[in-house]
Design a protein around this ligand. Structure first.
Ligand SMILES: *Cc1c(COP(=O)(O)O)cnc(C)c1O
Length: 386
């Protein structure tokens, strides 16, 4: 059921899945197998080997593609594997323009690994559309955005940058991990490709690593499938099963993530020790109006600037909100990006963007908001100072 007319929540629950033909099992079975017995030489049932095909994986891919309103979903063993496959496929020997404030591992891959394959990357602040146009070259194949960006919650204007990409003859890719397809559908705004770390909101329970590339173009989807089968970064069947199980409740979880993100952002904005809060749902966000036009919710990701000592106290002092890398799980998490997720970004670049040691990032889970706010309040309160 990938009927585009049915609404988002119905797609979460049903897209890509039909009752299993032998028994009628209502959930997609876990096909934990590496290979398939063939009926005769050159005769098989569409399934040859696990690196090429797996029914559980295909169900998860069809589900996520439907959530983005796309024709194709191709999944990977991690979010970075998905981005790498896309960039290798479309930009080998060419040039990429990327948002400078991406997930730290994405920047590291662009600047320290893909350069070895002759792929050049120019990092820019993609809120500045003139800077993006200026960075484009005749051999630019891809413009890569992350919106909201990690961890500064920068909002890029997808519609405007889709026109820039088209004029440049390049593809526009949006890493939609932070917003999730529940809050933002980049393809509907003109993007060509969407990538997700399904490790985060899509699977949603902090129990699996995965990634997906989602797109409409049939020829590019075939190419990506070819490169994936030829290089091997496929997710295992059980990881695909867990991802599909998580995605079925995405709409319900995101409602609470959005609510809790807003509550934490409002609380932090009112706190005397907090200098600035980055959350696109707050009217104080410099691109709040654009975020409201482009997104239907603002997700659970919030960051805030404090003095370094206060930031450390908050990150180490919360008890319900766990000190951990990653995000998008049902449990709330807190981190200091400069020391954790973005430690691989050179210090001068980090500081120029505002990723200081006093910047704290919270991934609001789906607990009761009042407990989360009290947890932060307690951690920040001077009374508890040791
Ligand atoms: C986590 C993350 C990635 C990388 O995904 P992995 O599954 O950890 O490889 C890429 N982009 C964003 C925005 C992320 O949060």
């Amino acid at each position: 059921m990938s009927d585009p007319k049915v609404r988002f929540g119905t797609r979460c629950v049903h897209a890509g899945q039909s009752p299993e033909p032998v028994t009628g099992a209502i959930t997609t079975p876990l096909f934990q197998t590496s290979t398939y017995v063939q009926d005769g030489l050159g005769r098989h049932r569409g399934y040859e080997y696990g690196r090429l095909q797996n029914p559980t994986r295909e169900a998860a891919e069809a589900n996520i593609a439907a959530l983005e309103g796309a024709r194709h979903g191709i999944s990977f063993s991690s979010g970075l594997a998905a981005i790498e496959c896309l960039v290798k496929t479309v930009a080998a020997g060419g040039h990429v323009v990327s948002e400078e404030n991406t997930y730290g591992g994405t920047t590291r891959m662009f600047t320290q690994v893909l350069d070895r394959l002759g792929i050049e990357v120019t990092l820019v602040d993609t809120r500045d559309e003139a800077a993006v146009r200026a960075a484009v070259r005749p051999d630019t194949r891809l413009i890569h955005l992350e919106t909201p960006s990690n961890p500064l919650m920068r909002i890029a204007d997808i519609e405007v940058l889709a026109r820039t990409a088209e004029a440049a003859g390049a593809l526009l890719c949006v890493d939609n991990t932070f917003a999730s397809p529940c809050n933002l559908n980049p393809l509907a705004l003109g993007a060509d490709v969407v990538v997700h770390s399904t490790t985060k909101y899509l699977s949603g329970h902090s129990d699996v690593l995965g990634g997906v590339v989602v797109l409409d173009d049939d020829a590019l989807a075939d190419e990506l499938f070819f490169v994936r089968k030829s290089t091997g970064p496929v997710p295992g069947p059980f990881d695909s099963w867990l991802t599909l199980r998580g995605a079925r409740t995405l709409h319900l979880r995101m409602e609470r993530h959005n609510e809790n993100g807003m509550r934490i952002a409002e609380f932090l904005e009112s706190h005397p020790l907090v200098r600035r809060v980055h959350y696109p749902g707050l009217p104080s966000h410099p691109r709040h109006e654009l975020a409201r036009r482009q997104m239907t919710g603002f997700s659970g990701m919030v960051s805030a600037e404090l003095d370094e000592a206060d930031a450390r106290r908050m990150a180490e002092g919360t008890r319900i909100i766990r000190l951990a890398e990653s995000l998008g799980g049902v449990e709330s998490m807190i981190c200091i990006p400069s020391l954790m997720t973005h430690a691989s970004v050179p210090e001068d670049a980090r500081l120029r963007m505002g990723i200081t040691n006093g910047l704290v990032r919270v991934s609001a889970g789906i607990e009761d908001a009042a407990d989360l706010v009290e947890d932060i309040e307690r951690a920040l309160s001077h009374k508890d100072r040791i």
